[in-house]
Structure formats: C-alpha cells, structure tokens
Design a binder for this molecule. Sequence first.
Ligand SMILES: [Zn+2]
Length: 430
Amino acid sequence: MRNTCLASILLVCLLAAAALAASPQDQPTGAMLLEAARLYDGAAMHRNWVVLVSGDRIAAVGPASEVISTADVRVIDLGDVTLMPGLIEGHSHLLLHPYDETPWTDQVLNESLGLRTARAVVHARDTLLAGVTTVRDLGTEGAGYADVGLKEAIERGVIPGPRMIVTTRAIVATGSYNPKGAPELGLPKGAEVADGIDELIRVTRDQIGKGADWIKVYADYRWGPGRTARPTFTQRELERIVEVAASSGRSVVAHASTAEGMRRAVLAGVRTIEHGDQGTEEIFQLMVEHGVALCPTLAAGDAILRYGGWRKGIDPEPARIASKRASFAAALRAGVSICFGGDVGVYPHGDNVRELELMVEYGMDPADALHAATLGNARILAIDDRLGAIRPGLLADLIAVQGDPSRDISALRQVRYVMKGGQVYRNEES
Ligand SMILES: [Zn+2]
C-alpha cells in the first residue's frame, strides 16, 4: 500500500515537475518587472519594491516609484509573497538518495552509474523547483565524475537543475573510508584514496583537471577504536592539498567532526568545515580567526537517527542530538560564519529547508538563517559577485515564497515562483 502510494505520488510529482519545468525556448524574451508585497534582497526586507530583469541579469531593484520601466516591459505581479534571491545549498549530494530508501553502502556498491545518474537528474530538478538555484555538491560518493556531466547538462539546458559547484570524488586516506567489507575483497570506496605528499599533489591536480571546482578532503573519519572519529591526514598532507588547490584558484572544503581534525584543517587553510560535531570553543575561535565557515549538517544527523528508530517529539532526545545542539550553540556564540549546508541526499532532495528549520530550532535567528541561505553562502562560496542578492548586475536567480521567511523560516517551503538566470522554471500563478 505504502509503495503504491509512493509510486503514484512520484508519478504525479514527475508529471507536475515536467509541466513546471519550462524549457528555455518557451521563455519570452525581453525585460520583466517583478512585483511582490515583500522583497528580501539578501540583507533586508522591503515592502513594495520591484525588480527589473533584463536577459539573465537583474537590471534594477528598488521602490516601485523609483524603478523606471518602459512600455515593452512585461509586468508580473506575484502578489502577497516574498521575492528573494534563490537559495544556495552549501552541502548536497545529488548522486545520493535517502538512506532509508537504500543504505549508503548499497548505493555505492550495488547501484550502477547509469541508475545513479538518472536519479541525480530527478534530484537536480526537484532541487531547483524547491527554490534552490545553486548547490555546492560535495562528492559523488562512488559515482566518479558524474557531477561534472550533470553540471554541464544543466548549464547547456539539457535538463533543469541548480547551478552546480562540484568536487568530483573527494579525497580520503588509505584505510579510513567505506565501504570496508572483508579485508581480502578490496572493495571500491566512496571517494578517491591517496596518501603522502606526492600522491596527494597528483590526485588534487587530477581532480581539478577532471572538473572539480573545489577540492574536498576528509580530515577525519570514523576509523578510530570502536569506529570513533579520528584524524586521518597529517597537517603537512592537508597543507599540500590546500597549496595545490590554491595555486589553481580553488578552495578546499574539509569533512571534519573531531576537534583535532578541525584544527588541522583550519590551520591548513581550508575555507569551510563540514559537520564539526565535536568543535570546542577554542576551535570555533580558531575558525573565526582564520575566516573558516561551518556547514553544520544538522539535518543529516537528525535524519540518520530517525532512520534508526528515533521518534522525534516522542522519544527522549538522543545524546548525539543534545551534543550537536550544544556545539552548534557554541559556534554561534563564537561568531563562526554559519553556512547553510545540510548534507541533502541523506534525506530527500527538494527538502533542503529542513536544515534551515533545524538551524532555527537549535538557536539561530530566522533572519540570520535566511541570510545564510542567500548572501551568507554566496560570500562563503565566493560567488557573491554574481549570486546571493538582488542587486543590479547580478544574475537573475529569484524565487518567491508565501509568507515572510525572516520571521518564519518554514515559509521557504511555500515556493510559488522560481527563476534562474532570467528563465522561469516554476510559476504557480500562470
Ligand atoms: Zn556530505
């Protein structure tokens, strides 16, 4: 019964998505003037402002009386909604699907590249239609360089999807990463194994050559006694990766949940740290000093515990959640720049807002969470010269949501309109 329901819901969703996902040639050309009751520009909320879009760019923004438009401009009144920049997801895995559908290990070992890529095409569309117009995709987890092709397909207009910043395979130390299985088998891993200065230099350069926009490295992993998280790469190894990436104009992102893994990554010069569960006040202070942002991935931990049987709101809060709340609060107190990045893929693509809801539940102001999801992430990802705000000259990645997300972050679930690069992909008014 459940499967039948799911199947029929999926079919309806696919049909609806197909209808919503207009292809570029269906789009009218010429300038558009978007009107909405509220406009969030990435920094502040305004009333009765309008945006003039010309081609793929924002031409003007401001109070309706001040933005000059000509007679041939199409006026689109979006009504009682909040018009805002498209959301920027800082930590996605478009090549993964929720672990309660298929455990991670089975996805890596048993699902073909074709199947995984086909799923990713659907994930990309679901992500865009949920108002997420850019993702930093942090590793294909065994699906090779499929993220590079997916990104290209989106850029060429072959399929609808968000702008992608890709990291290809990610780098892990020998012996640390999964799947493990029997020691004799030598199973393929969910990331590229490399060790030592020379090999790490070669692999970093190889991933860059194959299309990585950022380099992702696992500074620690659950390979300690009793599968506890422990550091993997040495300080010098991490420094070389950052040096090689920087030489090509790229940044490094580190998976790290231990205090020591985080410390090494920060001192090596990475730009963001993912997870950060065991971060201490001292480490968070170090991150502030070095300008390193934290992607807390609250939603991933929450989802995995729920898959394990935790009934949120009914059962007592697991220790892992309590300690995550505490470390997130410590990061906020220290003033660490918080990235919106939930590890989506562990839970359904298109449900990205889950992370923002948990950020607020764990103590962040909704207005700060909204900023993190737009201009905050644009700055962290160094794309704020093109994206993340409603400003003349930036790319016209705009969404409209019902309600006021600066007061109620869940309003971001009520997406009514999605434009990416001046192309409309969702318009519930039409
Ligand atoms: Zn991840």
